[in-house]
Write a protein that binds this ligand. Structure first.
Ligand code: IVH
Length: 660
């Protein structure tokens, strides 16, 4: 081998390893920038030596050109679907059928989560990705190889294996990527995807692979075949083998020795499903032994050895009785649908936001219509579509005057939102105070709806600075407020004076400035006074700040009420300067930390600021992406989780040493 080809192969090996760490194990060891630099180096070498390019080179994930259409491909064996069990009783009936057919034989179930995506068969020849085929009608699917190549968790070549294999599994989109995709579509004026599955399907079945690549799909393997049949003697072994071959296999799986264990697993995940980053709609239980599977056999539609236990429906139909409007903290009027109360996935739903007039128009919704509503994730319910037009339906009209203060309502050119223009509107005030006190902003525990309503109604709080004039004596006179809770609240209010600049910026409620933009502004300017003094051009130096956002920030800081509010906050002891994050490098660059328990000398915010100043990140919960958990006294569940995932736990002293 020439020196160049050796160098190329060496780079590919390194990139494959980091790709695997990132996409499959969710545990990157290097930063995105370092990965990109390595990739660019390889691309440059391959450009100079195109004869050395191989299809399994990490550069070859994106590169396919848009095609004319999809080629149909027959499956090695039919991709059937599963029979469903809609409740525990039906699950037990399935178990009885299996036991009846297997006589007294012992057997166990492999229980896996039922990911809500679409199935894909991926073929490997001599260990190299050869073809990826959608389910299609189960007998014949469509060749989507070029698109599948862009999915980071589908290996281009297998680890530790060189033969011919077929891996079947599920293509999914995380809730986050789904929300991002929809936000982009909303901005572009395109219809929204109803759920992550539709968005994933759309991304996999596009003719241009670069669209698939941009959607960040994920793939989890659940079957390992050779020549159209299970390759190993048990499903459990197949899952382990898939993992060893470099696939993502859902770690939340369980071998269940009997139906009781299976029922417990199903119930556990019905409870915890919202904690996952992607959607699941049930549990798949498979008789573990392939030999027993073969004896149980198939019906025309589905195997007798497996079942899909479906979680309770999260959709329901109901009638829209009315559409009200709510006034938000920036004066935005949000239409809210009021329903005939209906149970969805165990929760009674009475209303759902309709976002704005455009969304109502998109749905074609009128008052009196019957709609399909859906709860997904922990997000509030949403209207999916109109299923039946009401007999006496009538259109919703955005009011001309604010329902709270009577002020004028305007909808600015090019904006979807209608706003109340009265800056003193009590509804805006209420919402802006709740936002200021919210978790992730000022974290003022105990400052909820009921209290804020009283504070606003009694004129005790007319802007967020007034919060800092409250005293225990004033609070005690309010409803449902005792000495203890008043003292506690005052302590929480006091503590909030220490919140760092990004939170202050977010808390101010500047239109278009949320948590992310606030962070970028603080990173760029490091000082509230500099932001307030910056002109529109200067403001756009901050990441993700464009002309529209810059204009809004400028307008905010020029308004005289806002100017005096800032002065009062300064007077209350808020810190307007910010230790900026080092952009590149820093001793902790690319590392993610989770803090838990009480550290001996540093407060949580101090520790966070120090880690960030050194280029590291601080996350709220422990995952495979976490590099270190910094534990202090009385560390709780995060510590357990770190141990479970084998993540390094360090103390404050070790952290300080790492900070250099
Ligand atoms: S096994 C014989 N395992 O659910 C077919 N399916 O109706 C067996 N799914 O079409 C499929 N997660 O798209 C299996 N761990 C899992 C799954 C899973 C999701 C989907 C798959 C299939 C449908 C079952």
């Amino acid at each position: 081998m020439s020196r160049i080809s050796e160098k190329i192969e060496h780079l590919r090996e390194k990139l494959r390893r980091h790709e695997y760490l990132y996409y499959v194990l969710d545990a990157p060891e290097i930063t995105d920038a370092e990965y990109d630099a390595m990739m660019h180096e390889l691309q440059a070498l391959e450009r100079e030596h195109p004869e050395l390019i191989t299809p399994d080179s990490p550069t070859q994930r994106v590169g396919g050109k848009p095609r004319e259409g999809f080629v149909k491909v027959p499956h090695s064996s039919p991709m059937l679907s599963l029979d469903n069990a809609l409740n525990e009783e039906e699950l037990r009936e399935f178990d009885q059928r299996v036991r009846g057919l297997l006589g007294d034989e012992k057997f166990s179930y492999a229980a896996e989560l039922k990911l809500d995506g679409l199935s894909l068969a991926v073929h490997y020849k001599k260990g190299q990705l050869a073809q990826a085929v959608t389910r299609g009608d189960g007998v014949v699917g469509e060749d989507v190889t070029e698109n599948a190549r862009t999915i980071g968790s589908i290996p281009l070549r297998l680890r530790e294996e060189h033969g011919d294999w077929e891996v079947r599994g599920e293509v999914v989109l995380t809730r986050r990527s789904f929300e991002k995709a929809n936000a982009e579509r909303a901005a572009a004026g395109l219809p929204l995807f109803a759920n992550p599955r539709n968005a994933a399907a759309g991304a996999l079945r596009v003719l241009d692979p670069s669209v698939t690549a941009s959607r960040k799909l994920d793939f989890f393997g659940y079957f390992l075949f050779q020549e159209g049949r299970p390759a190993l003697e048990t499903q459990w072994k197949a899952l382990d083998k898939l993992e060893a071959m470099g696939f993502k296999v859902n770690p939340r799986r369980k071998k269940c020795a009997d139906i009781e264990k299976l029922v417990a697993f199903c119930n556990e995940w019905a409870e915890k499903r919202e904690s996952l980053p992607y959607e699941i709609d049930g549990v798949v239980a498979k008789v573990d032994s392939v030999e027993q599977q073969n004896r149980l056999g198939w019906t025309a539609k589905a195997p007798r050895w497996a079942i899909a236990y479906k979680f309770a429906a999260r959709q329901a139909e109901t009638v829209v009785k009315d559409i009200d409007v709510q006034v938000g903290r920036t004066g935005t009027l949000t239409p809210v649908a009021r329903f005939e109360p209906v149970k969805v996935g165990g929760v009674t739903v009475q209303n759902a936001t309709l976002h704005n007039e455009d969304e109502i128009e998109r749905l074609g919704l009128k008052i009196g219509d019957t709609v399909l509503i859906e709860r997904s994730g922990d997000v509030i319910p949403k209207v999916v579509r109109v299923v039946k037009e009401g007999e006496h339906r009538h259109a919703f009209r955005m009011p001309k005057h604010c329902p709270v203060c009577g002020g004028d309502i305007v909808r600015a050119e090019g904006e979807a939102a209608s706003r109340c223009i009265n800056t003193n509107c009590p509804a805006r005030l209420r919402e802006s105070i709740l936002h200021w006190a919210a978790r992730g902003v000022m974290d003022i525990d105990g400052m909820g709806d009921a209290l804020v309503n009283q504070l606003v109604d009694q004129g005790l709080v007319r802007n967020v600075a007034d919060i800092y004039q409250l005293t225990t004596e004033l609070l005690i006179d309010l409803e449902r407020m005792g000495q203890k809770s008043a003292e506690k609240l005052i302590a929480n209010i006091d503590a909030s004076r220490k919140q760092p600049l990004p939170r202050i910026l977010n808390g101010l409620g500047i239109p278009f400035v949320g948590e992310r933009t606030a962070q970028f502004l603080a990173d760029e300017f490091g000082d509230l006074d500099k932001i307030a003094a910056a002109d529109e051009d200067e403001l756009q130096r901050a990441e993700e700040v464009g002309p529209k956002v810059a204009k809004s920030i400028r307008r905010f800081f020029h308004e005289s009420h806002n100017k005096s509010l800032i002065e009062r906050l300064r007077h209350e002891g808020f810190t307007f300067t910010y230790e900026r994050k080092k952009r590149d490098g820093g001793p902790l660059a690319g590392m993610t930390f989770v803090l838990t328990g009480t550290l001996p000398t540093l407060s949580r915010d101090e520790a966070k600021a120090k880690i960030e100043a050194a280029g590291g990140k601080v996350a709220g919960s422990v995952s495979r992406k976490t590099h270190y958990v910094v534990a202090g006294d009385e560390a709780g569940s995060k510590l357990d989780k770190a141990k479970e995932l084998g993540i390094k736990v360090i103390d404050e002293a070790a952290l300080i040493e790492m900070l250099g």
